[in-house]
Each structure stands twice: as structure tokens, then as C-alpha cells.
Ligand binder design. Structure first.
Ligand SMILES: Nc1ncnc2c1ncn2[C@@H]1O[C@H](COP(=O)(O)OP(=O)(O)OP(=O)(O)O)[C@@H](O)[C@H]1O
Ligand SMILES: [Mg+2]
Length: 326
């Protein structure tokens, strides 16, 4: 097992006290596996990813739980002990490539610096590796472009450069948080293809954070559905899409645009609870057409098929989900 997140609780300090935004999240990931983390805005996807990278804002704290990366708990490790983790252990790619690139340094310098620092390569070896990686991510004319600055590239090219600078260190795990959201649709598809290809070649495990279940479905082996800081469902990608076992997952699936022109878009009525104000019990219950008395009590995740678990306490959760879909 590469990563094992156990009962993770993260909160933010606010003027009105602590607001819990990740509430008991647990999952694990094997080497080379791809996990999609999906859910509406504010569900705690990015905070979960940032906690694993230990790049949470100062106002946030990990209150409980463990994050075992290669059997070492990094949830509470000292900053100096994280140096070998971030970068060479766990790489990261975010929505806005400009935020990850230094505007004052050429892309070559940035990629080579990482290699010299984390892999101890000589200047010349670092340049060779950087050129090879830029070619591998499909940047046109790497030799001619390696001494250019970030602003000299298009958005899609910049994201390729960010992916190259993460993958060139050969991390065991890549956390990609909405890596294609800022790009237009055709470029999005190209970048998703790139992830798929490079991941296969390198065997990198990946956590793909996205609000788009369709995007997760194209890349992921397993999908984890988050809502109000909790996991509502977790399972193999196909199972989640074909046999969802939580009404929320079904509603999310229903809101993926089917692509036909003029097709009606479904959106889930209501809004997720604000941090700190989720109801007792199933957090989705107030928006769930099938909620009943039992939903006021929180149900633990239970298996409905091998490796497929739902938090929905209804015995007929699967049938209910199908009804939401229809
Ligand atoms: N710096 C912060 N200070 C206070 N609260 C925060 C901060 N960052 C996030 N939160 C809160 O934590 C909760 C989870 O946020 P998070 O960014 O993880 O959501 P998300 O699922 O990634 O949503 P999105 O799809 O919009 O990116 C939200 O309610 C958000 O308001
Ligand atoms: Mg986010």
C-alpha cells in the first residue's frame, strides 16, 4: 500500500471557533492506482489533497487521523522531514499552471533546479532529463523552448510544463487538483490523455481531484465521492457509474452533461451545508428526496459489493440511486 489515509479530520480556525471541513475521511491507494475524488464545490476535496501534501493554510489544522505514505505517518511529521516527500515522493499539479511556475525563471531552470535539489543531478544531466520530459509531455520543440519564460506559452502548454516538472522527479504519487478545469474543452481532453499515457509509462499513482464525475470516469480506477467533508461512497469506477449506491452519487452522475445539443441539464436542488453547519446524520439528507427518519443518524460506510461501499443507511440504497438516475 502506497498511501493510507485514516480517519482524517481537518478544521479551520474562524472567528466563531473551529469549522470542521474534513470529517473522518479514510481511503487507501496502491502503487500505480488512480483515485478520483469528486464532489461539489466546498466538499473538502482540495483540503484533503492539501493535507496529504501538507500544504494547508496556517489557519487549518489536522485534528485527528493519520496519513501513512509508504508506511510513515506524514500527518504530523516535522517540516524538515517532509523534504523528501513533497516533490520526489508526492508531486502536485494544480488548476492554475501560472501559480506553480515562477514567472522570472525559464522553464528549463525551474525543472533543472528540482532535479539538482531532489535527485542530485549535475547541470548537464538535469538539462538532458528536462528536455526528455518536456518531449514526453508533448511540448513542441523542447530544445528551442526550454530557455523561454512561462508567459511565452499557452495555457495548455503551461500545464504540460507543470506536469513535466512534477513527473521528471518520478514521484510515486501525483496529486492533481482540477488540472484541466481552467483549460478549454479540446485542450482538457489532450491533457487528460497525457496524464493517462505518462501514468501508464511511469506507473505513477494519482489522486485526481475534480468536481466533474465525467472527468474522473475517463481516468480513474476508483472513485471516492465526498460531501460536506465526508465520504459518501467509494468504489471501482465502473461500479460507481453503473451501480451507484448513494442517491448523491446518482444525482452527481445525472448532472454530467450528456453532450447532445439542447439536452436538458440536471442540477441537484439545494446547496451543500456551510462548514460547521452540516446536520447530524447523513449530510446529504436535507437535499435527498428519499431521506427518512433513519437518515438523521449517521451511517458508517458499508460494503455493497467487493471494494464498493456506501454511507447511505437505506437497505435499498442501490435501488434508490437507480431511481434518482431514471
Ligand atoms: N483558507 C481557508 N479558510 C477557511 N475556510 C476554508 C479555507 N479553504 C477552504 N475552506 C473551506 O473548507 C471547505 C472545503 O474546501 P475545499 O477547498 O476543500 O473544497 P473543494 O471540494 O476543493 O471545492 P472546489 O470544487 O470549489 O474546489 C469549504 O467549505 C471552504 O469554504
Ligand atoms: Mg478544490
Amino acid at each position: 500500500m502506497l498511501l493510507d489515509v485514516q480517519n482524517l479530520h481537518v478544521s479551520f480556525a474562524t472567528r466563531r471557533g473551529k469549522a470542521a471541513v474534513v470529517r473522518g475521511v479514510g481511503f487507501s491507494l496502491d502503487a500505480g492506482e488512480t483515485l478520483g475524488v469528486v464532489g461539489e464545490s466546498g466538499s473538502g476535496k482540495s483540503v484533503t489533497g492539501s493535507a496529504i501534501l501538507r500544504i494547508l493554510p496556517r489557519t487549518a489544522s489536522i485534528d485527528e487521523g493519520a496519513i501513512l505514505f509508504e508506511d510513515r505517518d506524514i500527518a504530523h511529521a516535522a517540516e524538515k522531514d517532509l523534504r523528501g516527500v513533497r516533490g520526489p515522493g508526492i508531486g502536485m499539479v494544480f488548476q492554475d499552471p501560472l501559480a506553480s511556475l515562477n514567472p522570472y525563471l525559464t522553464i528549463g531552470t525551474q525543472i533543472e533546479e528540482g532535479l539538482r535539489l531532489h535527485r542530485g543531478l549535475s547541470r548537464r544531466a538535469a538539462r538532458t532529463a528536462a528536455l526528455a520530459e518536456l518531449a514526453a509531455v508533448g511540448l513542441p520543440d523542447p530544445e528551442g523552448k526550454i530557455d523561454s519564460y512561462p508567459h511565452e506559452f499557452s495555457g495548455g502548454q503551461r500545464q504540460r510544463i507543470v506536469i513535466a516538472s512534477a513527473l521528471v522527479l518520478r514521484p510515486k504519487l501525483l496529486i492533481a487538483d482540477e488540472p484541466t478545469t481552467a483549460l478549454d474543452v479540446t485542450i482538457q481532453a489532450q491533457i487528460l490523455d497525457l496524464f493517462r499515457a505518462r501514468q501508464k509509462e511511469l506507473g505513477t499513482a494519482m489522486i485526481l481531484v475534480t468536481h466533474n464525475l465525467g472527468v474522473a470516469a475517463t481516468l480513474c480506477d476508483r472513485i471516492l465521492v465526498m460531501y460536506a467533508g465526508m465520504i459518501l461512497e467509494n468504489g471501482p469506477c465502473e461500479e460507481i457509474l453503473l451501480r451507484p449506491a448513494h442517491p448523491y452519487t446518482a444525482a452527481l452522475k445525472k448532472s454530467i452533461p450528456a453532450g447532445e445539443p439542447g439536452g436538458r441539464l440536471f442540477s441537484i436542488p439545494g446547496a451543500p451545508p456551510a462548514p460547521g453547519s452540516a446536520p447530524e446524520g447523513c449530510p446529504f439528507a436535507p437535499r435527498c428526496a428519499f431521506a427518512g427518519k433513519g437518515c438523521a443518524k449517521f451511517s458508517q460506510l458499508r460494503e455493497v459489493a467487493p471494494g464498493h461501499a456506501t454511507q447511505c443507511g437505506k437497505v435499498l440504497a442501490g435501488e434508490i440511486a437507480q431511481e434518482v438516475l431514471s
